[in-house]
Design a protein around this ligand. Structure first.
Ligand SMILES: Cc1cc2nc3c(=O)[nH]c(=O)nc-3n(C[C@H](O)[C@H](O)[C@H](O)COP(=O)(O)O)c2cc1C
Length: 305
């Protein structure tokens, strides 16, 4: 089944996953010893989704059902945005990798809030927000500050499609975090790219604010002439070692809270990240894109064992 899903068209995977999910009931106990904490928030298990799987908050119950410790919605934009034209996704099943150039399609924050209110769920939510300028990040943070079930705001400063502004620039990042802190006291994660970053400076800036951690990382930016925007982000297994190395660099200088994201497919990787690098949470994206939401169930079950 996993192999069929791996090679199927993304739309087909999505449909099969939904069909299966309708007939799956919550079926297993999550071990209490899987509980973890990040930025003062408690999670019943360290594995959950990453941004890109549920951009508009339409799969909240699905991921609660499969036993995810948390669910990331996003990237959410202030207003509706169509994203890039097709083709914008390419798969390399034999490498368990993908290149995407989605271009931040979003139905806008109002639509997402409606879905959150309607869902009646308990799973802690992380909302990943994106903006084309600092003001948009600030407005979104202010809106989310009022939503109790949103435990953490994740700032996507690293979309490979951003063109006019690079918020990895230390002065701009400082400005962004100062402005965001003025409108919300919620924990904040800064999601960075996996290369071309001055990691020392970024860590130093994040540490100068209360309750700010890092998500490492977004996809790896590359040129991709076969996709409509000409630029894409590599995700999946090839990213794992890169992410591991970058987190190791962070750990050499700091105890800052870190969420790992990139190429995680197995519970072994989760254990490696937690034991060796003191990562608190692990986000999964490409594994879900290949296998559907049951990828989370598989990893969490193995982790329990
Ligand atoms: C199809 C697709 C869409 C994505 N969309 C977003 C997004 O909207 N915002 C974001 O911060 N990251 C986005 N990402 C990046 C993922 O959240 C993640 O950082 C990256 O894919 C590495 O994790 P993985 O190897 O488990 O996929 C996307 C990735 C994929 C494959």
């Amino acid at each position: 089944m996993r192999n069929i899903l791996r090679y199927a068209h993304p739309e087909v995977t999505h449909r099969i996953a939904h069909l299966v999910m309708r007939h799956v009931s919550p079926f297993y106990e999550i071990e209490p010893h899987l509980e973890t904490e990040l930025l003062g928030v408690r999670f019943r298990c360290p594995v959950g989704t990453g941004a890109g799987i549920d951009k508009n908050g339409e799969l909240l119950r699905t991921f609660q059902k499969v036993g995810a410790g948390f669910h990331v919605i996003g990237s959410v934009l202030l207003r509706e945005h169509r994203g890039n034209p097709h083709p914008r996704l390419y798969r390399y099943p034999e490498r368990l990798a993908m290149i995407n150039a989605m271009g931040l399609p979003s139905k806008g924050v109002k639509h997402v809030l409606k879905n959150i209110y309607r869902a009646d769920i308990e799973i802690p939510l992380i909302v990943n927000i994106a903006g084309f300028n600092i003001e948009e990040f600030v407005t979104l943070s202010k809106i989310l500050d009022r939503i109790g079930i949103v435990k953490i705001v994740e700032l996507n400063i690293s979309c490979p499609q951003y063109k006019n502004i690079d918020l990895h620039n230390p002065e701009l990042l400082y400005d962004l975090l100062t402005r965001v802190r003025e409108v919300t006291s919620k924990p904040v994660l800064v999601k960075i790219r996996p290369r071309n970053v001055d990691i020392r400076k970024i860590v130093h800036i994040c540490e100068s604010f209360k309750n700010v951690g890092l998500t490492i990382s977004n996809s790896f930016p590359i040129k991709a002439d076969f996709l409509s925007s000409g630029v894409g982000g590599v995700s999946g297994l090839p990213l794992y070692r890169l992410v591991f190395r970058l987190i190791k660099l962070v750990r050499d200088i700091s105890d800052i809270d870190v969420v790992a994201c990139g190429g995680v497919f197995t519970s072994r990787q989760v254990i490696e990240l937690m034991r060796k690098l003191k990562v608190s949470l692990v986000q999964v994206v490409t594994a879900i894109a290949y296998e559907g939401p049951l990828a989370i169930m598989r990893i969490v079950k193995d982790l329990s064992k």
